[in-house]
Design a protein around this ligand. Sequence first.
Ligand SMILES: [Fe+2]
Ligand SMILES: [Fe+2]
Length: 302
Amino acid sequence: MHAPLLACGAGEGSAGGAATGTDAALRAMLANSLQLPTIPHVAAALIRVADQPRASASDVRDVISTDQALVTKLLRVVNSPMYGMRKRVTTLTHAVAMLGFEAVKNLALAASFSEVLGQSAEGYGLDPGRLWMHSIAAGCAARLAAERTGYAQPEEAFVAGVIHDVGKLAASVHIQSMYSEILAKAACGKRAFNAVEREVMGFDHAQAGEAVALSWNLPEPLSQSIRWHHEPGRAEHAVLAALVHLGDALAVALGYGLGIDGVSYTFHQSCLITLGMSGADPMRIAAIMPDAVERLAHITQG
Ligand SMILES: [Fe+2]
Ligand SMILES: [Fe+2]
């Protein structure tokens, strides 16, 4: 694995401050002109159920149970060393009792994305499976960071990390025709890759990802963390965006699922302040990531 150059950036664009998302005109253009991937059936049902004010654990359980392959994956994750369960968890009911309804819903959501994120994103130099490996690594690191900082919902950080680059699937065909221009500009200047994407294509993969999130009706904290994963200081849900940014940066630094944007990554140190972390904390997370990531990637495939 090659460790890429991790460039550090202090600022995050000229606008600064919290922002809610891409402006409406660009959002409409992206929704019309990009090929947005289809949301997995179970994920759509989970989001619908969770949106209902009186949704219960059994409603969520019923939805997950419709997909036995997903149940198997989910139980494998719950029984992985990530959770350190003393006794083997063998049923969904048991998983909900141990982890809670919200955590199981988010875990199921993350696992349900394995197929769509397992596709290739050729425009970004990602063969089949590479984007999923990157997604799992970022989700795992975001979750580890969430635990370390006492974030109330570590599984929300996990699913947000897993889904952060979904925009690459939508923008892949588009970027292919401008590939050489983007690569040349990204290579010669010390600019963030997504800033070069915006200059050449008129939008970046984070904005494309927000378009996907909106079309999928993902909860707002998730769509916001996708939108601002390269500029976490501008997100309304700043802590979640910072967890995803750190998870993404660590996945890139350890070489998981690198594509054409992996040669230069602008890491915003300010996310450590948002998270109340010291400079040594990311190194501690990086040290335990490889084992957790390999296991998770293995058990979520197939
Ligand atoms: Fe990204
Ligand atoms: Fe990423």
